[in-house]
Ligand binder design. Structure first.
Ligand code: ADP
Ligand code: ZN
Length: 215
């Protein structure tokens, strides 16, 4: 099963991806995580990405499509994958379709996480993740069971993303409206789109998504 998660920054894509992947044995492709890994590695693409990602802007479509094309050809994507943070523009959505057709595959479902904008800053500014395993947490909505210890791996170090500031959130939301929102009718017209209320509690959203996907 090949799935796309669509939603504004802070809508819960990463949180729900983590949960869904425990149910479905498919690969999690977060383009944000992939880019942050390249930035950390300091290679040529990483340097380019650093300047763009840290201010909340988008990487060029062709670079993102090449990255996805390589990634979905890897063995762990054979049974399926969950795209989290991609596509983010109409051109990327069309490019993804062309790529899938070329590989004899297709997107099965698109989950759009719908949230009100006024909650995003609080969600984003309060989030952090485990440095060792990447598990996501929130100071208020999703704390580790034991303070300072990761539930998943027992790690003690946590990181905040550099781009998780109130200013950047507003910028990312503006870009979402301009660039990403048009993808919703694009997938809707093809009968692939499922809207989920992302304002509900994390467990409720998880159940809603699982029932749509039969997971
Ligand atoms: P995205 O990947 O879409 O940018 P995240 O999954 O990182 O968003 O969610 C942003 C923050 O909001 C996280 O810290 C997460 O714990 C919190 N969060 C996610 N979903 C919910 C929810 N349904 N209710 C409350 N907080 C949530
Ligand atoms: Zn961890």
């Amino acid at each position: 099963m090949n799935i796309v998660f669509l939603g504004m920054p802070g809508s819960g894509k990463g949180t729900q991806a983590e949960r869904l992947l425990e149910r479905l044995r498919i690969a999690h492709l977060s383009t944000g995580d992939m880019l942050r890994a390249r930035i950390a590695s300091g290679d040529e693409l990483g340097l380019k990405a650093k300047a763009i990602v840290e201010v909340g802007a988008f990487m060029p479509d062709d670079i993102m499509l090449d990255m996805i094309s390589d990634r979905i050809s890897q063995p762990d994507c054979e049974k399926g994958f969950l795209l989290d943070g991609f596509p983010r523009t109409q051109a990327q959505a069309e490019g993804l379709d062309a790529l899938m057709t070329q590989k004899g595959r297709k997107i099965d479902s698109v989950i759009a996480l719908m949230v009100d904008e006024d909650i995003l800053v609080e969600r984003i500014v309060g989030r952090f993740s485990c440095k060792a395993c990447g598990a996501g947490y929130h100071e208020k909505f999703n704390r580790p069971k034991v303070d300072g210890v990761c539930d998943h791996c027992g790690g003690h170090e946590f990181v905040h993303r550099k781009d998780d500031t109130p200013e950047t959130v507003h910028r990312r939301v503006d870009i979402f409206h301009k660039e990403t929102a048009p993808i919703i009718p694009y997938y809707e017209s093809r009968g692939l789109l499922h809207r989920v209320n992302g304002m509900n509690a994390i467990e409720t959203v998880e159940k809603d998504i699982a029932s749509i996907l039969g997971a």
